[in-house]
Design a protein around this ligand. Sequence first.
Ligand code: TYD
Ligand code: MG
Length: 453
Amino acid sequence: MAKTKTAYVCNECGADFMRWQGQCSECSAWNCITEVRLGAVKTKNTRLDGYAGTTVAKVMRLDEVDLQEVPRFSTGFVEFDRVLGGGIVPGSAILIGGHPGAGKSTLLLQMMCGLAEQGGALYVTGEESLQQVAMRAQRLGLPMGALKMLAETNVETICQLAQQEKPRIMVIDSIQVMHLADVQSAPGSVSQVRESAAFLTRFAKQYHIAIIMVGHVTKDGSLAGPKVLEHCIDCSVMLDGDTDSRYRTMRGHKNRFGPVNELGVFAMTGQGMKEVKNPSAIFLTRGKEDQSGSIVMVLWEGTRPLLVEIQGLVDYSPLNNPRRVTLGMEQNRISMLLAVMHRHGGLQMADQDVFVNVVGGVKVNETSADLATLLALVSSFRDKPLPNDLVVFGEVGLAGEIRPVPSGQERLREAAKHGFRRAIVPMANAPKEAIEGMQVIGVSKLAEALEAI
Ligand code: TYD
Ligand code: MG
């Protein structure tokens, strides 16, 4: 017999509770738990069975599992493939998140028009009308002959049609407008998004259809409550970037089939999204003159190096508590670096405001930026520009020692490729054989680094 089920769901993180409470015990947010009527839930869990026929569950050994190795297929974009860990795994559920206007629909439309040429691509649009999508495709000059389109927001209907069409890949744009008839709350609410995504994920697994769901992020940058979708999907990637800047970065947050630390870079142009094959070049547009407080370092992003510029500004502060402001970097790290500089470098900045900025909106969460940040601050403090062809990386320890970082050789080679002629690096990262056209200074103490500049 069907009975109505009531659940209490946190709107912030999607956690379930038996009864109402004022504070969510998962994410500690207040007044965020709402009652959700899940509608008539059939006593047997038969929602998908309507399409699938009942499958009998069976226990088996791991080596008995049929491995049906299906190769990944490419999205047509090298950068997108890299973030996904080498292409799309058939039957996987991928979530692509980003702010409205980030370019998710544009990128996916370009991708799907390309993939449709090889057959089996279905684009489900719930936000834009079919005419709008067609007009965009026409304006971008995409091949329109093969892509199947569907304007629908009911998940059950979509799955029924997809079952007949048997596409290899399906795009759902966006998950926030999808709804299941069984769930009695408005589309976009946590319970609708969660149930719809779970339904689509099960469908993807059962019919080996790769599904890419678009998700808009909320104001605080989370995807309709951060934990709502993460557990059920296979990969989650985010498309970031200011709408007033041309560049968009794509990063994996969860990936069941590969690493998550890869970075893909795109540019939004008049002809849609274009891949940026050499991202170092765009983050490095510097003037010809030497400026104090500016330095270039080499980050390690997933499997490749990325050159970025770090700027420091040190200025006398009238405040009792001088400011420590960072953009693109963790603030506590600066306090720590300043303390190390005071103890081991003999430079006192207690009465100075300190600002650090990573140019181009890049986010640095690597310790290899320590030495570069410190030298940028010293350069600004003394108002002495550093040479234009100098590149620096290395971790700074609390005892003033300079620690090695992974992939030192590759970082140096990337810098040499972009015309840098001098480098200050941790002693252990200094190459045994000289790199052509580059003078590498290995340092093991902060004092040595300060002397070197
Ligand atoms: P869109 O893909 O609709 O974003 P999303 O689906 O992530 O919300 O992209 C919309 C933005 O992209 C819009 O602000 C205009 C810009 N844009 C271009 O600059 N060039 C183009 O060719 C297209 C199609 C969009
Ligand atoms: Mg869109």
